[in-house]
Design a binder for this molecule. Structure first.
Ligand SMILES: Cc1cc2nc3c(=O)[nH]c(=O)nc-3n(C[C@H](O)[C@H](O)[C@H](O)COP(=O)(O)O)c2cc1C
Length: 354
């Protein structure tokens, strides 16, 4: 009998009741102080029948913030706010991990606290525009290149945030190494032009991610730590001379760390078969994502291409996605105009199927 989306899965230390994962999605609903709030509690509670929820990107420090109204996970107040989210998900029998997302240079000045810097591997601006509530679309801020001696401090911020995740009742954390944010800025040769031990050769460019994963594992246990990659994706102005080599080295370096999972975004149009690179190394803990539906997800598991499938956009408007899949119910479409807007509209008002 082949594996199905509805079979349980042990993902490191995290026991999932099914293999339908909710992909991380920024929804920009946090309150003043980058605080989780009651609307966010309700949003995640509604989606708790997923085998695993991966939260929206959460910044591990104020330096790590770059978008508007994103939540943090580094103060006592934020821990207390997230505790309500994790309690609500657990009360419904679900599991939830926090996605740790440090944006590095992908930051707009108006979205940050006045005393929060924008830092990156190198002083190279990301050629993208970001939305701000106060000034609309603006250019990203020119980053300051991190000094070598500062890097352990940035890694320590991640470890602190992971400990906060445990205090808040999360089942684990996911390190966001995709989409051109800080870890990806270290990995890619276009954004990393350092000449110290964190730049230049492939082994040097993967060092930041490897050391951060080691620090996270040291803080909360490797079986509670996953990470997300999308090799070859130029999103947020990153480019690598040889992504298959860079990510192949990263996968090899992390394969025996005992991590909970690898979360691979597979985009065939990028010309890299990430799944083929990862599958021999991450047996029993590979989550795949990008444009899956019920049939494609079913097939991927039946073929042994992955152990679980993450669904993003379908989860916006189908809080009960697992039941809809299981019973073959129709899927609702989401409203693209309310993805990042304030309030409950287009957030917590998508009903379960009748
Ligand atoms: C509104 C929205 C917000 C997103 N925010 C994040 C994020 O915070 N972190 C992340 O890793 N990916 C983020 N993504 C990407 C999704 O996790 C996922 O990779 C993407 O939607 C493709 O999966 P799908 O085809 O199932 O939607 C976001 C996607 C959407 C639509």
């Amino acid at each position: 009998m082949s594996v199905t989306l509805f079979d349980p899965l042990q993902l490191g230390d995290i026991a999932l009741s099914n293999r339908v994962v909710m992909a991380p999605m920024t929804r920009s609903r946090a309150s003043e102080g980058d605080m989780p709030n009651d609307q966010m509690v309700e949003y995640y509670r509604q989606r708790a029948t997923a085998g695993l929820i991966i939260t929206e990107g959460v910044h591990p420090s104020k330096t790590g913030k770059g978008y508007c109204r994103t939540p943090g996970l580094f103060t006592d107040a934020q821990v207390a706010g997230w505790r309500k989210v994790t309690d609500a998900v657990h009360a419904e029998g679900g599991k939830i991990v926090a996605q740790l997302m440090h944006v590095g240079r992908v930051a707009a000045r108006p979205n940050k606290d006045a005393d929060a810097e924008t830092v990156a591997p190198s002083a190279i601006r990301a050629n993208v525009q970001l939305y701000t509530d106060s000034a609309g679309m603006v250019a990203t801020e020119m980053p300051r290149a991190l000094e070598t001696r500062e890097i352990p401090g940035v890694i320590a911020e991640y470890a602190h945030s992971a400990r906060c995740a445990m205090a808040a009742g999360f089942d684990g954390v996911e390190l966001h190494c995709a989409s051109g944010y800080l870890p990806a800025q270290f990995l890619h040769s276009s954004s990393n032009q350092r000449t110290d031990a964190y730049g230049g050769s492939v082994l040097n460019r993967i060092r930041f991610v490897v050391e951060t994963l080691e620090a996270l594992a040291g803080a909360i246990g490797a079986g509670k730590v996953g990470y997300r990659i999308c090799p070859g994706n130029p999103f947020n102005d990153v480019k690598d001379d040889n992504p298959a080599e860079t990510f192949g080295a990263l996968l090899a370096a992390t394969a025996n760390m005992g991590l909970s999972y690898l979360h691979a975004i597979q985009m065939p149009q990028l010309g890299i078969d990430c799944q083929a690179l990862a599958r021999p190394l991450f047996r029993n803990n590979l989550i795949i994502n990008e444009s899956f539906d019920l049939e494609k997800g079913r097939q991927a598991l039946a073929d042994g291409q992955a152990d679980a499938v993450a669904y993003g956009r379908l989860y916006i408007s189908n809080p009960d996605l697992v039941r809809r899949f299981r019973e073959g119910l129709p899927l609702a479409r989401f409203d693209p105009n309310t993805l990042y807007t304030l309030g409950g509209k287009g957030y917590i008002d998508y009903p379960p199927a009748p």
